[in-house]
Design a protein around this ligand. Structure first.
Ligand code: ADP
Length: 445
C-alpha cells in the first residue's frame, strides 16, 4: 500500500504555503514522521480523524447555510424560563385551542391572585395544562407557528429552582407583526390578571425577583394616620408622578426620596405598601443585609428596578451596624453612589424607613436624596377612635368616648392597639353589651 500520507495533499495540512512547506519539511526529516509512515494503524486513525473533522466543518457550514436561509423565511423568538415572560407564554399557550387537541401536554402549578380576598391566605393553586417538551405546530391569526419547548440540562441548577427551559416560537413567514401581536396578546393576558394587584420584588442574588403572589393591595384608608400627614405624602407622590415633563424640561433628575421615621408599629411599612397599590406602582424591597450584597450589586439593583416602582430601603439605620467580618457589605459611600448614580433611578421613588432618625448620617437624608421627611408618631386620639370603630363599627359615640378616655394620646402604637383589640374583641363586645344594658336599666328605673 502506498503511504497513506500520499493521500493527504500538502494543501490539507496548510492554509498558507509557508506552513505547508514547514510541515512537508518536518515530515521528510522527523523520525516521528517516519514511524507514522510505517504504522498502518496510526495512518488509519489519522485518516478517520481528519475525515471526521472535515465532516464536522461541513456540517457546521451546512447548518449555518440552513440557518441563514431560514432567517430569510422565518421569524423566531426564544424565551428562557428564567425570564418572567416564560410563564405568560406558557399560560397563553395553555389557552390556545391547540392545547385542547395536543396529546403531549405538561402540567404546571401556578399560585396567582385570581382568588377572592377571602381566599388570599389559603389560595388554591391554579393548574395550567400547556404543550410539553418537544415540537408543536399551531395556528395564530392564520399563520403557522412552530413551537419548540426544550429543557436546558446543561444550565440546570437545582439550588435556583430546578430545570431551565426554553420555548422557541418560529413563525413560518416573514410577518414580524404577527409575532409581535402574539407576544402582546400574552402580555395583555398577564397584565389583565395583575391589574389592580400589588407586585412585590425583592433582591435575590443581585437581581430583582418577584416575591409571592400579586395581591389585592391594602387600601390606603385601612392605614390610619393623621389625615394631614397622610394627605401631604399622597399629594406629593401624585404631583411628582404627574410632573415628569416638567423635570425633563428643567433638566432635573426625575426622582424623589421620602424618609418615614418614628416608632415601630406606627404604620410606616403598611403605608408604603398601601400607597404603592393606590398609585399602581410596583414595590421593590431592598434588603441591604442579604448575603453577598455589596456596593456594586446595590448600584446595579437600583439602576435596574422595574419601571413604575417604589424602592423601599427598610430600617436604613440598621444597614451599617457591625456585621460578621467576612460578610461582604454595602458601604455608606456605596449607598450614596447607588442613590445618586449617573442617570440612576430616573423616574424612581425611593422610600426609606427608620425607627431612629438620630442615627442617620446627614449626607443620606439631605435634599435630593430625601425630599420629604414624614414623622410617624404614637397614636393620636383621632387614630385611636378610628381603630376602635374599625373593630366595633356599631359602637355608640358614648362608648367610643369612654374607650378613648382610657387611653391617653401618644402612649401606644397603632400596632399595639390593634393587637390589644384583636385579643380582647369578644371580651370587649361583651363588656360593651353589659354596659349598654346597665345604662338602659338605670334610665328605665
Ligand atoms: P412600622 O413599619 O411602622 O413598624 P407596620 O406598618 O409594620 O409598622 O405595622 C405593623 C402592624 O401594625 C401592621 O399589621 C399594621 O396593620 C398595624 N398598624 C401599624 N400602624 C398602623 C396604622 N397607622 N393604621 C393601621 N394599622 C397599623
Amino acid at each position: 500500500m502506498s503511504s497513506l500520507l500520499s493521500l493527504l495533499p500538502g494543501k490539507e495540512f496548510s492554509v498558507s504555503g509557508v506552513v505547508g512547506g514547514v510541515v512537508k519539511d518536518w515530515f521528510s526529516h522527523s523520525s516521528v514522521a517516519n514511524y507514522i509512515k510505517q504504522s498502518y494503524m496510526i495512518q488509519m486513525s489519522l485518516l478517520v480523524g481528519i475525515a471526521g473533522g472535515m465532516l464536522a466543518i461541513t456540517r457546521k457550514q451546512i447548518d449555518l447555510m440552513v440557518r441563514r436561509f431560514g432567517y430569510n423565511f422565518v421569524v423566531s423568538v426564544s424565551i428562557d424560563s428564567r425570564d418572567d415572560s416564560y410563564n405568560w407564554m406558557l399560560e397563553w399557550l395553555s389557552r390556545h385551542p391547540y392545547s385542547e387537541t395536543a396529546s403531549n401536554l405538561g402540567l404546571m402549578t401556578i399560585y396567582d391572585a385570581d382568588h377572592g380576598e377571602e381566599e388570599a391566605d389559603n389560595p388554591r393553586p391554579k393548574l395550567i395544562i400547556s404543550p410539553f417538551l418537544g415540537n408543536h405546530f399551531l395556528r395564530y391569526k392564520n399563520h403557522f407557528f412552530w413551537v419548540q419547548r426544550e429543557r436546558d440540562l446543561a444550565a440546570n441548577d437545582i439550588s435556583k429552582g430546578g430545570f431551565y427551559e426554553r420555548i422557541n416560537f418560529t413563525l413560518l413567514g416573514r410577518n414580524k407583526q404577527v409575532m409581535q401581536d402574539l407576544i402582546s396578546d400574552a402580555l395583555d393576558m398577564a397584565y389583565k390578571k395583575e391589574e389592580g394587584k400589588l407586585i412585590i420584588f425583592v433582591n435575590k442574588g443581585g437581581q430583582w425577583k418577584r416575591f409571592g403572589i400579586p395581591r389585592k393591595p391594602r387600601s390606603l384608608s385601612s392605614v390610619i394616620l393623621e389625615s394631614r400627614v397622610k394627605d401631604s405624602v399622597v399629594d406629593d407622590v401624585r404631583e411628582f408622578l404627574e410632573s415628569r415633563q416638567w423635570y425633563i424640561d428643567m433638566g432635573i433628575p426625575f426622582r424623589r426620596g421620602y424618609l418615614l421615621y418614628g416608632f415601630p408599629g406606627t404604620g410606616k411599612s403598611s403605608f408604603i405598601t398601601a400607597l404603592a397599590g393606590e398609585m399602581k406602582m410596583k414595590l421593590c424591597i431592598v434588603s441591604l443585609n442579604e448575603k453577598g450584597m455589596n456596593d456594586e450589586q446595590l448600584h446595579r439593583l437600583l439602576n435596574s428596578a422595574p419601571p413604575f416602582s417604589f424602592i423601599l430601603l427598610e430600617d436604613i439605620d440598621a444597614a451599617f451596624r457591625k456585621r460578621n467580618k467576612n460578610d461582604t457589605m454595602v458601604t455608606f459611600g456605596g449607598l450614596l453612589n447607588a442613590l445618586d448614580g449617573a442617570g440612576a433611578m430616573e423616574g424612581k421613588i425611593v422610600f426609606m424607613t427608620t425607627n431612629r432618625i438620630h442615627l442617620l448620617d446627614r449626607a443620606l437624608i439631605r435634599p435630593g436624596r430625601i425630599d420629604m421627611r414624614v414623622p410617624f408618631n404614637l397614636s393620636t386620639s383621632e387614630q385611636i377612635t378610628t381603630m376602635f370603630l374599625k373593630f366595633f363599627p356599631d359602637a355608640s359615640e358614648e362608648v367610643v368616648a369612654t374607650f378613648n378616655s382610657k387611653i391617653p394620646e401618644n402612649t401606644i402604637s397603632m400596632a399595639e392597639l390593634q393587637a390589644y383589640l384583636q385579643k380582647r374583641k369578644k371580651y370587649i363586645i361583651r363588656a360593651i353589651d353589659e354596659w349598654v344594658e346597665k345604662k338602659k336599666r338605670t334610665r328605665e328605673a
